[in-house]
Structures are given as C-alpha cells and as structure tokens.
Design a protein around this ligand. Sequence first.
Ligand code: ADP
Ligand code: MG
Length: 504
Amino acid sequence: MLDHLTFEPPKPKVIAGATGDWELVIGLEVHAQIASRAKLFSGASTQFGAEPNSNVAFVDAGMPGMLPVINEGCVALAVKTGLGLKAQINLVSAFDRKNYFYPDLPQGYQISQLYHPLVGEGEVIVDMGPGVARKVRIERIHVEQDAGKSIHDMDPHMSFVDLNRTGVALMEIVSRPDIRGPEEAAAYVAKLRQIMRYLGTCNGDMQNGNLRADVNVSVCRPGDYETYQETQDFSHLGTRCEIKNMNSMRFIQAAIDYEARRQIALLEDGKQVVQETRLFDPDKGETRSMRSKEEAHDYRYFPDPDLLPLEIEQAWVDDIAAGLPELPDEKKARFVKDFGLTEYDADVLTAEVENAAYFEQVAEGRDGKMAANWVINELFGRLKKDDREISESPISPARLGQIVDLIASDAISGKIAKEVFDKAYTEDRDPAEIVETEGLKQVTDTGAIEAAVDEVIAANPAQVEKAQANPKLAGWFVGQVMKATGGKANPKAVNEIVTAKLGL
Ligand code: ADP
Ligand code: MG
C-alpha cells in the first residue's frame, strides 16, 4: 500500500563558507492548539476573537483555591494525534508546573509535562518530491496550557492583558534534529498540519496562532551529522540557537537561512555560537538575541500537586485508534494505485482532506486521470482565482462528474467541455442540461462532417495543393472545419475525414 514510501532521503542543504562546506541541522518544537471548545483545565470557551477577558474561568485567572480539572476530550485528541504520528502512547503521564513570572500568566506557572509526556516516540514522512522524502523522528508530544496575551500597542503608557487564551490546550510536538534545510522545515510543519487537519485534532490556522514553531538551528561539517546518527551523541553537532514563536512557513525558512549564515560567519571568524533564544524580525529578515537559553532547573519544574498522574487505559486508546481516519500518506498511495494518478497529482488532491473527498466523488466509477485533470486544472484553478474553498465550490462533484461522463461518451469535445464547465460554474446549471439546451452536442454524424470538409476543400484549392505536398498542413483544414461547426465536430472524426479526402 505505502509503495511510495520507498524513497531516497533528500540531500542536506549545504552552505559554502570561506573555510569549506557547512550543513544545517534543525529540530522543531511545534505548538499546536488542540481543537477543543473548552480549555485544558476549565470549562471556559476557546472561541477565537471573543471580547477580551470574556472566556476566563476562575482557575484560568489563577484565583486562590481554584483547582484544575482535566478535560478528557483534550487528552483524547492528543492521543489521536500521537496515533496519527505512529507514536508510542504512554498510559501513565503526569503534569508539572513550569514556574515563571509573566503578566499574562496569572498562576505564576504553566502546567506542562516535562518528565512524563503523554506521547513518546513517533515519526513523520516529509515528502520532498516524487520518490524523495525525509523521515523525521518525533521525540515526544506533551500537553500543556497556553499563556494569555499582553498587548503593548493600544496605549502609549499602559499595557493590557487578555486572558482569553490562558489555559487553552496545546500539544507541543518535539522533533529530533532530523531536518536538514529550510524547505524541509517548512514541509515538515506543513505535513504535521496536514495530518492534524485530517485527524481533526488541530485546525492549523497559523495566522490565528493555532500552530507555532520554535525552530532550533545549528551548523556542522559534512559527515558530522552521520556520526551523530550512529552514536546519538549530540556533541558531534554544533551549538544550536532557538528561534521562538514562528507562525509563517515563509518566515520559518527565512529565519533558518539567516540564522545558519550568522552562525557560519561567527565560526569562521574563530568565535563561538552561544546557545540562546532568538527572535525573528520579519521586517529586517534577521534574528536577534532575546535571552540566554534557560535550563529546566531555571523553571523549578515540579509535579503539579493539584493534579493526579494521568492514567489512561489501553482499551480507550484502542478505541481511538479504531476511529482513526485514512491519513495523507495512505490516501496518497491509494490514489496512485487505484486511480492511476501521478504522485504529483495525488499530492495535490490529498493536500486537504476535503479536496480528496471531493475528488473521490468525481472519480468514483470514472476514469481517475480524467477526473483528476478536471478537478485540479479546471476546478482548483477556478476556485483559486475566485479565492474560494472547496466547500464553497459552486459546482458539485456530481455535476463535475457529469462533465467527465459527457466527454468520455464523446457527447462533447474537451474544448466544449470547458465552456460547459464555465456555464455550470457561473450559472449554477446542470451540465447535461446546458449541452442539451444550447445544442452543444458534438457532431459525430460523419455525413455532416464530410459536407463541412468538402466545403472547406472546395473553397481553398491553393491550400489543398500545399497540404498534399506537405501533409503537416492538414491541420489547417481540421481547424477550419472545427470553426465552421462551432467547435462541435468530433476532432478525431474531422481529422480522419480530412486526411482521407486530401488523399494523404
Ligand atoms: P530544550 O528542552 O532545551 O528545549 P530539547 O532537547 O528538548 O531541548 O531540544 C529542543 C529541540 O532542539 C528539539 O527539537 C531538538 O531536536 C532540537 N535540537 C537539539 N540539538 C540540536 C542541534 N544541535 N541542532 C539543531 N537542533 C537541535
Ligand atoms: Mg524546548
């Protein structure tokens, strides 16, 4: 089934320095908001864009004596995500307090999972072109609370705090440093997003902060990474810097590129990379130091005494596993196999689960390649132009299927089909009805075509002579006949008749 998973790993990105080549090593910590309507430890709503401080329960506001109560739905979605990433699910995990002061963190600590995360090791296949993919190992996924939001740009003298986001459930998905270039990093985030959207565990809206990544970057010499892989000894890798809170694929790539070059310049200058947390400035395209890297002990982590260890049952996990949908890799492989699609087309069609579902309805019982062609080239092209989602498509899968049928049965030519598509799309009409009402049915009646060919031949004796000397010019006659029949003649039949009549 997963034939396309027999792939070659892509080459790492190499940057030529003054003293030789450098390679990039990247590990990502992705914060994904769990698609839950209530927060992780309170019943407050997670609705985006609500009136500031309207979605705040006492426990979110850190009121004395308030106790957190775990939201089972959030745990189920995190488990589902783990299963989707083929990861180990830990039946016993625990919550820890990560202590730090911040005005938008009223508790004075964030509840997270340091020592015993809910999800352990997994993996993600990141496609980098047909037959080329990187396997990125997942180290762990832990569940934690989000912080609130400080607003500094509403007043010249005051800052404001909005606690709506405080306590919203996040999954932190930590990768191994297996990513080897900026494009791979973006493709990895895109793949995680795609898998979670298939699973329905995170809606992946990066603009609303639903999905954010901390990007760890280091550089090393060719060969060093392979030594690290053999030994799993991090000392073979360079010192890393962490770029915080990136919420755009484009910025992730720009930040990595800038950061790698900055580190190379330092090293080639005989200086050292200092492990630290940096911020990316999209306007300047640079990263700058935010704070020196903090260690776990700086946060005085300790098990949260308000929460019991989280124990889940294997049977419950099995239930969630049984309800997993078909995931992108499997769907893509099936599209290639069952519908005879190219990997590229299958990739486009499975990018969003809704697109895949639409395609399958069109392709069901029809020529898969033709269906793919119409969905990708005509429909997606048109939707993109109109800035619409597939759910807003004015043409239903059944109607697009009709168009494919009309072509397959030779009722209309491909060219007329585009006209029919356009009418069905803009006028909300049935393709079969359009063909009928507007008399667009293809002329396959050879008698009518013959008459049209005869007419064109009779009117253009000089052209006939030329075509007879050079058969390539017969195409001109085909064009004329098509024109004369308003594009409705069957092009194959026209071709045959023209060739015969010209004696070619
Ligand atoms: P911390 O707890 O300090 O954030 P982790 O060990 O959890 O450190 O690693 C954080 C991230 O940094 C992980 O995604 C990991 O893969 C990545 N990472 C670790 N070492 C390197 C390195 N040398 N270069 C790039 N990324 C790295
Ligand atoms: Mg970290």
